[in-house]
Write a new protein. Structure first.
Lengths: 74, 399
């Protein structure tokens, strides 16, 4: 699991008034498991773009942490 | 007296007048080099050509064709004759806009429009104007002629550092100041005292925030503060003592608000290309606070669409500026594949302190949640040492 990505996910959750709970795996769903709103996803896109230089939503939706990692590691 | 603070150079009005009378030629193209020389050339051009072109630099002049004429040694005449000639000449002046939201464009204005609100008053010869606008743009021309035609002292400070300007203000000789809100904002850290001799402050060129207005009242304790609404395309058309504006009675038929956008009749306009429309859309959005008074909300082009919600950057800037550790801020939209745009901001901290930025971001977001709906809360916060400015001293909106 990419530590920088975990930090980003945690920060977004904290800023929206929540907390990252439980283990984060490749199958963790951003909406179902982490309760990310559209705004959270929009922020996530921007943060990942700044950190990794990749717009993970450019080619379509991503659903899980694993989907994000695939795009980052391409 | 005309003083160029940056170059430590000055001329009395007699010297300025004599140097104009000594010129052998003048041209219809005036390029800015230094303050005193520029206005000498501009006045000569106004007196001798029906159309004058003004540029900030040689690069901008490009291929503009120059016409030059030989001057009659006695053409200037007396001071009163000079004032009379300038105020009665039918001259078209071609100027560049400030380029706040894009590439500067050329606008043609009648000299009489530029001089529209210049008042000739005998008492003004004792005034000392702190001149803080770009000399070759419309605001600069308006301030120059207001001071010059009244024989007031002009202290040119646009190119000077805030430290130098602070020192001049400390001498307590300045009576009138004209600047953009951003220019004033950058000065604030260097204003240690209360400046009792300043009689008038005129803000223009940008939206004036509540915080800036309060700071101005605190520093310039005896000053009448005016907030001017003007553009290169139509000059000054509105004035206000605070944030609320009213359309001047004499302009009521030529300025109106339609669907919250300020429109100006082509009679007030300079020539900017397509003049087929009777009304010019300024792109400035307003909100009425009573039947006659409105405040500016934002530029239409600045409105950020976040997932279908329209967000005004100025509303967010006002909220952020309430935080004591923030000196200045620029809010803008950042393109986003999920929502179209998200709200982003660049922040200059007070005294540019090195702080725990992550902790500050948490405080900022927490603060914003008290005042703003989710869509309006900045999702991307950057700390910068200074905001990008245009060459006329305004915050660059799309930079």
């Amino acid at each position: 699991m990419n530590d920088k990505l975990l930090v980003i996910l945690s920060r977004i959750k904290t800023e929206s008034g929540g907390e990252l709970k439980g283990e984060i795996t490749l199958e963790t769903d951003l909406r179902q498991d982490l309760s990310f709103s559209s705004l959270d996803l929009a922020t996530l896109t921007a943060e990942i773009e700044d950190e990794f230089g990749v717009d993970v939503f450019e080619d379509g939706f991503v659903y899980t942490v694993g989907d994000i990692l695939k795009k980052i590691n391409k | 007296m005309i003083l160029d603070l940056n170059r430590n150079f000055n001329k009395t009005y007699d010297e300025f007048f004599s140097s104009m009378a000594e010129e052998k030629t003048c041209s219809n193209v005036v390029v800015y080099d230094d303050f005193i020389s520029f206005y000498k050339k501009l006045i000569l051009s106004i007196l001798n050509f029906n159309e004058v072109f003004v540029f900030d630099s040689i690069n901008e002049r490009n291929q503009k064709e120059i016409s030059e004429i030989t001057l009659d040694p006695n053409f200037v005449g007396s001071w009163d004759e000079l004032v009379s000639k300038i105020t009665s000449r039918e001259v078209m002046i071609n100027l560049l806009t400030s380029g706040t939201t894009g590439k500067p464009k050329s606008v043609q204005q009648k000299l009489s429009n530029i001089l529209r609100f210049v008042k000739l008053k005998q008492s003004s010869s004792n005034s000392n104007w702190l001149f803080c606008y770009a000399p070759s743009h419309i605001a600069g021309l308006q301030v120059f002629f207001q001071a010059f035609l009244n024989h007031s002292t002009i202290t040119y400070a646009f190119e000077s550092s805030p430290i130098e300007i602070g020192k001049v203000l400390d001498q307590n000789v300045i009576t009138n100041i004209s600047f953009t809100p951003t220019f004033f904002q950058l000065l604030i850290p260097y204003l240690d005292k209360k400046y009792s001799k300043v009689e008038t402050i005129a803000f223009g060129g940008e939206r004036l925030s509540d915080k800036q207005l309060i700071s101005a009242k605190e520093k310039f304790i005896n000053a009448k503060i005016r907030n001017l609404y003007a553009a290169t395309e139509f000059g000054t058309i509105l004035s206000s003592k605070g944030k609320g504006f009213q359309i001047l009675p004499e302009l009521k038929e030529r300025v109106k608000v339609v669907e919250n956008e300020l429109l100006v009749h082509k009679e007030l306009m300079g020539r900017i290309g397509d003049t087929s429309s009777e009304w010019y859309k300024t792109g400035d959005l307003v909100e009425f606070i009573d039947d006659d008074t409105f405040v500016f909300v934002s530029r239409k082009s600045e409105v950020i669409n976040v997932g279908g919600y329209n967000v005004s950057p100025s509303e967010i800037e006002e909220v952020l500026l309430k935080l004591e550790f923030i000196q200045s801020v620029k809010v803008f939209g950042r393109k986003n594949t999920v929502l179209g745009n998200i709200v982003a901001c660049e922040i200059v901290l007070q005294n540019n302190k090195l702080n725990d930025h992550e902790e500050l971001k948490r405080q900022i977001i927490s603060w914003c949640k008290n005042y703003l709906t989710d869509w309006k809360i900045p999702r991307k916060i950057s700390f910068v040492t200074e905001l990008s400015l245009t060459k006329t001293g305004k915050v660059l909106i799309n930079g």
